[in-house]
Design a protein around this ligand. Sequence first.
Ligand code: OAD
Length: 256
Amino acid sequence: MTDAIERARTALSDAGAVVVLTGAGVSAESGVPTFRGAGGLWKEFRPEDLATPEAFARHPRVVWEWYAWRRTLVSACLPNAAHRVMAERALRRGNVTIVTQNVDGLHARAAREAAGDADPTAALPLEVHGSLLRDRCSRCGARSEPVTVDATSEATLPRCARCGGLLRPDVVWFGEMLDQGVIGSADAAATTADVCLVVGTSALVHPAASLPLRTRAQGGVVIEVNPEETPLTRVAEISIRGLAGDVVPVLIGETA
Ligand code: OAD
């Protein structure tokens, strides 16, 4: 075992409170594409065409077609070992807050699977960029269970049962505010955590990428797990180059 892994295991095991911040890399081994890097969604698609309120106002059918494709893609994916051990640790020790930038629902699914008949709440993530698996009315803001989207024409797009406005996926688009309650809770968890475990994010999108800085500013330890360097690497006290599914179970799995 490397020195970095040993130190990370000790820091995590001794910590009173842990915040885990995840990005697309934690779901990569489940088959969900990341955004940047080889095979990343933003290599093939332009965010300004698909992930802004302006794009939705101009071409709602095109935007829905892309999100419906992603919805189908993630519903065929399963939580991997990293999602599972995070959920198990949160349920077992109760001192872990999982904060994710991912909209794929895999942390929540791992939480429900790990909890079985018990209450999964302690392992449910704060989804700071929303969820692909929920709809929201673009007019009145009402949230609803996702419907099957027929994006063959604008006339077939789903509409709000309350006000008739166009439904949209309940994700945060570029230029939009994050849900203040959700990011506020994430910020509070990061500020009070003894350890911030950062897994699989390029750490380029704020305010999520600033959360580990909160932990660091209060004297907490930042641990990064990523096959590549990121802007957070120089902030992290412990940096581990590896894949989430390999490294995270070693750090916080039941035998860790
Ligand atoms: P990115 O695609 O920017 O970064 C993914 C990171 O995961 C990279 O640093 C990779 O090196 C790393 N990675 C890849 N495979 C990995 C693996 N198996 N294990 C661990 N790490 C791995 O994704 P995010 O940082 O999540 O925002 O992107 C942040 C935000 O930008 C997203 O939430 C999304 C996007 O635009 C919105 O949609 C609002």
